[in-house]
Design a protein around this ligand. Sequence first.
Ligand SMILES: [Zn+2]
Length: 100
Amino acid sequence: MRNRFRNEVFERDGHTCAFCDNTENLDAHHITDRSEMPNGGYVKENGITLCPTHHLLAEQFHISGGESWEESMHPNDLYHKIGTTKEVAVRQSEKLNQFT
Ligand SMILES: [Zn+2]
């Protein structure tokens, strides 16, 4: 599930960071934290490809418990960037167990 998540996210984003041209050491960032998603949120609608620098900036939201975030790095900004919403991501995540 983890690997499929990574592969689907990387493929959709063209194996490039969503915020810069970096193609090295990419991470599939969970836009909404795993603990807050049904079945861990391992769906591409909850993932975005980020380089180490932008991953760190995106994590600020989770690290601060949702208190602060970098500009353009709020989860809603990230969902917007990949053309989805949290509602869609939650709905897709709820389906995960039906196929396992
Ligand atoms: Zn980047």
